[in-house]
Design a protein around this ligand. Structure first.
Ligand code: 3HC
Ligand code: NAI
Length: 703
């Protein structure tokens, strides 16, 4: 028997165990092995029922994602065909679902007539996260099992449900009392079925999945959700598949599902989301650290500064059950910080996301202090005080004195040189940058800034810690702005300049949100604060290349006290959160353009797209060339998780590959010429981009 499955006889039961570590991904070799085992069991008259299980406990994480986009994806036996065959066996088939049944893994279980889980089991159809829809019967069989509405909720959210919920809604028929007893219980279940002469498949509870729902349920559902889906294709295709489940007989519905699945699989959006899936897993792999790197223990954490960032950072650890000591300069600042944290948790309680008891548990993990002596036993300190080198260095000198040997000393600086901070300690190997994004308890991105002396185990430990608190850690080298903010510079610069040249802020933002970015540059600046942006720019003029026109509009708005949403005026005028164009901004742009001799003209959307995006991409490629970013995928993760870039475009590097690197280079060269001195100054192609295009490469990689 093929080694990808185990086959055992147990009396009149055949036990088929999936054995393709780590997650039993249902690639062609495993599909073939399952089919072979199933045919053997079907042909053997001694077999009265079959138990299908994961031989290492875990059932299956679904189709093999690395096969998508290649012929292997539908190579025989394809998953829909295999599952159809299983549904036609005339012997009861019991799926023993240990740990996980996701995507095609759950579809495999749905093709079995009977399903048993254990308390730790989670089942779900997360295909939507890959720009796909369930393509092996999930969109047809799940609605028939649990009804169209519940099935849609599961498939559109992509979120798995736990064992109890799966039992309650009818995905599982039974629960074994423990993971250890699952296989025994599955065997007992199969024997009961044989003894009771059960049908190979029980009748489905919802033969007409939409019955009982309002007649216009699906049409309304589409209408209500379309705005949220923006330009995403997969939810629309998924809904069409569920419509088919409601209207067509099963076999026709299955054929329709395959066609819709193939459309999704071939789409750019799915390719981009698959890229993101693998990039997220790659990001944890860093040269110089591997499984043999001994991690330091992080059982107790301290945060210095209980302001906007410090409070949010502390919440991450409390949420993960890790005790945190918050250190401030003065009692009132500490009290304010702790009160703000309580207030933030209170909002979650009001929204029903947290119970009062959980709020108190989390607050109990937070201890305030004004005394560095209280940090003697912490394993990790994250400094989040004012963004001034002298202040940060003073804090690090104190930490060096107070903390135990081996404690990791991290700074949340967004623009200062981590090496200069490390240099004032006697242990630069233990110093690292941990750049959280605001709001720190919400945003998933964590730039892990490796100083020149940072020890490999410090890097490895902080990467692991980042994942423990639910972040997406991405390694960056030391430079001004690290990966994200450094790329933001040229992108925001172009946005400003385009308004001088004749675009309006709303036009620029409209082009960017038209790509499904969460926000355009100007809405983002108005939200974050025109003043905050100005002060960072002003403090770093030496580090940022600039000409006379450089972000002048932002500088002038700052001078006018138009700080954005908080003052009701910035690049836009606000009434509450409602944004309006403001003719004063246009007038200001006209005046500045006159003073700076910038000719004004109508600007087309394509130009806005190309100038903002190509400059963003160019800077990313330059960062890769400098070794600040390890991989193009890491850069994508920064922009997806920190800057609202849409994941179905895959991030700016993947997007550039989709557009064509040659086209991006040609665009940059075009504006280098077309924009005169300004173009000469700013539109210099990154040398790596030129080398890649000259070599005919289509992927962005160090070269
Ligand atoms: N296909 C291929 N490889 C997969 C995979 C899959 N479905 N699921 C996980 N892997 C790989 C990962 O790439 C990783 O490989 P690496 O070690 O070489 O980096 C390894 O398995 C372990 O994965 P994680 O690092 O993610 O391990 P975790 O324990 O953190 O998470 C998991 C495990 C929850 C299963 C997570 O990997 C996951 O969510 N996987 C994807 C599940 C999914 O989306 N399934 C649907 C696939 S599409 C489908 O089934 C289509 C069908 O309808 C036709
Ligand atoms: P903040 O002004 O809200 O908070 C700073 C806190 O540090 C204040 O409560 C202050 O009392 C305290 N503090 C100052 N000096 C101290 C000292 N010597 N010892 C103890 N506490 C001290 O500032 P914010 O926004 O939280 O920023 C903190 C750091 O995080 C800065 O380095 C900033 O660049 C960085 N950052 C800020 C982001 C943001 O969006 N606000 C995003 C990412 C990083």
């Amino acid at each position: 028997m093929n080694s990808l499955v185990t086959f055992e006889m147990d009396g009149d039961l055949a036990l088929i165990g999936l054995a393709r570590p780590p997650v039993n991904a249902l690639g062609q070799p495993l599909r073939a092995a399952i089919l072979e085992a199933a045919e053997r069991a079907a042909a053997d008259p001694a077999v009265k029922a079959i138990v299908l299980h994961g031989s290492s406990g875990l059932f299956s994480a679904g189709a093999d994602i690395s096969e998508f986009g290649s012929e292997a994806s539908f190579a025989a036996p394809d998953l829909p065909g295999l599952l159809l065959r299983l549904t036609r066996l005339d012997k009861p088939l019991v799926a023993a679902i240990g740990k996980l049944a996701l995507g095609g893994g759950l579809e495999l279980a749905l093709a079995c007539g009977y399903r048993i889980g254990e308390p730790g089991t989670r089942v779900g159809l997360p295909e939507i996260n890959l720009g796909l829809l369930p393509g092996a019967g999930g969109t047809q069989r799940l609605p028939r099992l649990i009804g169209a509405q519940a099935a849609l909720d599961m498939m559109l959210s992509g979120a798995p449900v736990n064992a109890q919920k799966a039992l309650d809604i009818g995905i599982l028929d039974r629960l074994a009392p423990s993971a250890e007893s699952l296989l025994d219980e599955a065997r007992a279940y199969a024997r009961e079925l044989v003894a009771g002469q059960a049908q190979a498949r029980p009748a489905v509870p919802f033969p007409e999945p939409a019955k009982g729902l309002p007649e216009d349920f699906l049409a309304r559902f589409r209408q209500d959700n379309e705005p949220r889906w923006k330009s995403r294709l997969a939810p629309r295709l998924l809904l069409s598949a569920v419509e088919a489940a409601c209207l067509l007989p099963l076999e026709e519905g299955l054929a329709r599902e395959v066609a819709l699945f193939k459309e999704a699989e071939a789409s750019r959006q799915s390719a981009a989301l698959r890229h993101v899936f693998f990039a997220e897993r790659e990001a944890g792999k860093v040269p110089g650290i591997d499984a043999s790197t001994q991690l330091r223990t992080i059982a107790k954490v301290a945060v210095i500064g209980a302001g906007t960032m410090g409070g949010g950072i502390a919440m991450n650890f409390a949420n993960a059950g890790i005790p945190v000591t918050l250190l401030e300069r003065q009692g009132d600042a500490l009290d304010r910080g702790l009160a703000q944290i309580r207030h933030n948790y209170g909002i979650s309680v009001k929204r029903g996301k947290l119970s009062e008891a959980q709020l108190e548990q989390r607050m109990a993990l937070l201890t305030g202090t004004l005394d560095y002596a209280d940090l003697a036993d912490v394993d990790l300190v994250i400094e989040a005080v004012f963004e001034k080198m002298e202040i940060k260095q003073a804090v690090f000198r104190e930490l060096d004195r107070a903390c135990k040997p081996g404690a990791i000393l991290a700074s949340n600086t967004s623009s200062l040189d981590v090496d200069q901070i490390a240099a004032v300690t006697s242990r630069p190997q233990d110093v690292i940058g941990l750049h959280f994004f605001s709001p720190a308890n919400v945003m998933r991105l964590l730039e892990v800034v490796r100083g020149k002396a940072t020890a490999p185990d410090v890097l490895a430990t902080t990467l692991k810690m980042g994942r423990t608190i639910g972040k997406m850690p991405v390694v960056s080298g030391v430079c001004f702005g690290f990966i994200g903010n450094r790329m933001l510079e040229p992108y925001a610069r172009e946005a400003h300049r385009l308004v001088l040249e004749g675009a309006t802020p709303a036009q620029v933002d409209g082009v960017l949100t038209g790509l499904d970015l969460n926000m355009g540059v100007f809405s983002m600046l108005d939200l974050a604060g025109v003043d905050v942006n100005f002060l960072v720019r002003d403090a770093n003029r030496a580090a940022i290349a600039h000409d006379e026109s450089y972000c002048r509009l932002g500088d002038e708005l700052y001078a006018l006290g138009r700080f954005g949403q908080k003052t009701g005026r910035g690049f836009y005028a606000y009434e509450g959160r409602n944004r309006q164009d403001d003719y004063e901004v246009v007038a200001l742009a006209e005046r500045l353009a006159g003073e700076l001799h910038v000719p004004r003209r109508p600007i087309g959307d394509q130009e806005i797209h190309d100038r903002c995006l190509f400059m963003l991409i160019n800077e990313g490629i330059q960062l890769l060339d400098e070794g600040i970013a390890l991989r193009a995928g890491d850069i994508d993760l920064v922009w997806l998780n920190g800057y609202g870039f849409p994941s179905h475009l895959g991030g700016p590097m993947h997007y550039a590959e989709t557009l064509g690197l040659d086209k991006v280079l040609a665009g940059i060269r075009h504006y280098q010429k077309a924009l005169g001195d300004y173009g000469q100054m700013w539109f210099t192609p990154a040398p790596l981009l030129e080398r890649l295009v000259a070599a005919g490469k289509t992927r962005i990689e160090p070269f």
